[in-house]
Design a protein around this ligand. Structure first.
Ligand SMILES: Cc1cc2nc3c(=O)[nH]c(=O)nc-3n(C[C@H](O)[C@H](O)[C@H](O)COP(=O)(O)OP(=O)(O)OC[C@H]3O[C@@H](n4cnc5c(N)ncnc54)[C@H](O)[C@@H]3O)c2cc1C
Length: 407
């Protein structure tokens, strides 16, 4: 699949990326992880930490999947509000989901402190503003729900927003302690850690076939090498390409866009360099980078055809820049990198773990959504529990067999 096009920023931030050669022999392991993006790397990290023998394979060079397009905004909320999710799944389930996401966010910070490569994890507050006055009630409801659960959120009115930002918005939810990171350095850090714990990482190693085996999973790599990998458990973490293994009716792909500016001289008008996003759909979101760039993303489109996605890259770049200049007219920013990429989401708004009869011994990670990093952190921990302890009380929230929404 042609995952993304354009000029990517994150690869330019890694001067000496680790090299992972292709698999050159038959191997046996406790867990085979297919895919070395954020999904697969986080799963491999947890399992290797728990003492399992892990092998990770990726058909591309490591880091060349969707993860290199990820703008790495790390938040609690996804595209659907928690109130909407609670109306569909019930308050109890969504309260637990929020708790797991919050735990995952904290755990991401903790993991980053243990990696041999600096993933540039930085805590940031976030501002979720009402794009239109009609959206004020939904901001109020979201605030009521989250504050009832004890989350550190505030409801801001127009004057409060105006007092610290150079723009006017009618209301906003201000959340404390969310985060940002460098997704590529995070993946390299995780994989280097896995290696140091005895795991093996193979780039340019595509899984193209398997043998159904009662006791173990047996997968084959592409010809001409065509090696066999035998494993007790398999995690399929192929991102948007999970659908090459198994289609999933709750999943859908969209196109998303981003622009990364040249470093800007002064960010002092950007209150605490918060993550910023909005109630409009599709939305625009913003963050900054350690080297004083601005990342502006969003403008999602319902297209799954690479040519149609790519034909909108330049227009989306210009519209994203325009949206930024409206918010921060005093920051002279010029685009330097821009891209369009596929992003998988779910109809019902929660990420998924797929367990399918056709794939015994396998778990498919579908941390789909704009909040994929946090979802990956939630799902990778649950899967580590399922594999090492036999079960997790939270698995049922995310299993592909949960009821679908009416959308
Ligand atoms: C423009 C854009 C912005 C985004 N911004 C954010 C954001 O701000 N915050 C956030 O949380 N998420 C964001 N996302 C979502 C996020 O990028 C992705 O969901 C996440 O990084 C994907 O990680 P992954 O490991 O699932 O997929 P990938 O990084 O694509 O990794 C999967 C890997 O599997 C490999 N693979 C596939 N098939 C095979 C096979 N048969 N054999 C071997 N290997 C195989 C691929 O080569 C690939 O490297 C964004 C996405 C896009 C496109």
């Amino acid at each position: 699949m042609d995952l993304q096009s354009g000029k990517l920023f994150w690869p330019t931030t890694v001067s000496n990326p680790p090299v992972y050669p292709p698999l050159a022999e038959d191997i046996q392991c406790d867990v085979l992880v297919i895919g070395a993006g954020i999904s697969g790397s986080l799963c491999a990290y947890h399992l290797a930490e728990r003492g399992l023998k892990v092998a990770v394979v990726d058909k591309r060079r490591i880091g060349e999947g969707s993860t290199s397009a990820n703008t790495a905004v790390i938040q609690l909320s996804g595209e659907k509000s928690f109130v909407t999710l609670a109306n569909h799944f019930g308050e109890q389930i969504i309260s637990r989901h929020i708790h797991l996401c919050w735990q995952a966010l904290n755990e991401l910070e903790d993991i980053c402190t243990k990696l041999p490569i600096n993933a540039q994890f930085v805590r940031r507050d976030s501002l979720y503003y009402a794009s239109f006055t009609e959206d004020i009630p939904s901001i109020h409801k979201e605030y009521d729900f989250l504050s009832r659960l004890g989350l550190q959120v505030e409801l801001w009115n127009e004057e409060q927003i105006r007092a610290v930002y150079p723009f006017r918005k009618p209301a906003a939810l201000y959340s404390y302690n969310e985060a940002e990171l460098n997704p590529l350095q995070f993946v390299y850090g995780l994989l280097e850690k896995v290696k140091s714990l005895g795991g093996s990482i193979y780039g340019e190693t595509e899984i193209t076939g398997r043998r159904k085996d009662i006791k173990d999973a047996v997968f084959y790599t592409a010809a001409p090498r065509r090696h066999q990998i035998k494993a007790e458990h398999v995690i399929i973490a192929a991102g948007n390409e999970n659908r090459d293994f198994q289609s999933e009716k709750n999943a859908v792909m969209v196109s998303s866009y981003a622009v990364i500016t040249k470093p800007v001289p002064d960010l002092s008008s950007w209150y605490k360099r918060t993550l910023i996003w909005e109630t409009a759909r599709p939305y625009v979101y913003l963050r900054t980078t350690p080297d004083h760039r601005v990342i502006i993303g969003g403008m999602d489109k319902d297209t799954t055809i690479p040519e149609a996605r790519d034909s909108k890259i330049m227009r989306s770049r210009d519209k994203l820049m325009e949206a930024f200049h409206k918010l921060f007219p005093d920051i002279p920013a010029e685009p330097e990198y821009w891209l369009g990429g596929f992003l998988s989401v779910t109809h019902d708004g929660l990420p998924m773990v797929g367990q399918y009869e056709a794939y015994p011994h396998c778990h498919m990670v579908m941390a789909y959504g704009d909040n994929a990093i946090v979802y990956n952190a939630v799902l990778s921990r649950i899967l580590a529990d399922v594999i090492t302890e036999g079960s997790s009380p939270d698995l049922s929230i995310y299993l592909n067999t949960r009821p679908l929404s009416q959308k």
